[in-house]
Design a protein around this ligand. Structure first.
Ligand code: ZN
Ligand code: ZN
Length: 272
């Protein structure tokens, strides 16, 4: 079974002590490719350097809505530079987060629109973070993302939200919430998404699935997300894995997974 974790923050310090073991466990769980996502200039730069080192790690560069006040013209031109790396497969994460109030809505909107324009210029998909702001997020995507190409990550909306996003041309990404939400809203929404529009992620080190709540999350646990989504959709997990992996490759334009000699060499030389 082959899985793609479409949203990881592997540059996070919490992975520093056992980075190779984390990658090894991911591979053992069936994870063949990962998209390492930036949330500011520093983490975007680190995502590119990881992607340059490991052929199965791909980079996304962006400024998170909670960091939107950092998206000053200087930072945006750095992001523009970073986005030209051939290891970059998406712009993001970017979007609107009205749950936290680290940046005002006006500042968040401006940073989001600037990144939607950058994605359009580069012909790249966008990785969209939207929290307590779904309707406005979809309005901005409609207006400022003429390619209609990207994914709503950590999707936590309703059937109506999902169908509106899919109608716009977007993909829906399921994360750990699906393993612990008690009410049916998210389950019903994920069950309603067309099979060719669904991808999966961990958002690690955040959002550890049920059974691991409060722990550092890691890419191997995307398998738990896959199991939960398969159950909701009433299909075998193998089928869900094959479909979401094909979808992730189409969404991000990924080539088929390189074999991982690079990782194996490192594992044997640096951890043994
Ligand atoms: Zn996010
Ligand atoms: Zn994230």
């Amino acid at each position: 079974m082959e899985l793609i974790d479409t949203h990881v923050h592997l540059a996070d310090d919490r992975f520093a002590p056992d980075f190779f073991e984390v990658l090894f466990r991911a591979r053992a769980a069936g994870v063949v490719q990962l998209v390492c996502v930036g949330y500011d200039i520093g983490s975007s730069t680190e995502a590119i350097s990881l992607a340059a080192t490991y052929p199965n790690i791909h980079a996304a560069v962006g400024i998170h809505p909670n960091r939107a006040s950092d998206a000053v013209p200087g930072a945006m031109s750095e992001l523009d530079q970073l986005s030209q790396s051939n290891r970059v497969v998406a712009i993001g994460e970017c979007g609107l987060d009205y749950y936290r109030s680290d940046a005002s809505p006006a500042v968040q909107r401006e940073a989001f629109i600037a990144q939607l324009r950058l994605a359009d210029t580069r012909g790249l998909p966008v990785i969209v973070h939207s929290r307590d702001a779904m309707s406005e997020t979809l309005e901005l995507l409609e207006e400022f993302n003429p390619r209609r190409h990207g994914v709503l990550h950590c999707f936590d909306g309703t059937v109506a939200d999902a169908s509106r996003a899919v109608a716009l041309g977007f993909w829906i990404s399921a994360a750990g919430q699906v393993t612990y939400r008690r009410d049916r809203t998210l389950a019903d929404a994920l069950a309603s998404v067309p099979a060719d529009r669904l991808v999966i992620e961990t958002d690690c080190p955040y959002l550890s699935p049920a059974g691991h709540r409060g722990e550092r999350n890691e890419p191997s646990r995307v398998l738990l997300v896959a199991n939960a989504v398969a159950k909701i959709r009433g299909c075998p997990v193998e089928e869900l894995a094959a479909q979401t992996t094909a979808n992730a490759r189409r969404l991000f334009g990924l080539a088929n997974p390189p074999i991982l000699p690079n990782l194996e060499q490192r594992l044997s030389s640096e951890t043994r």
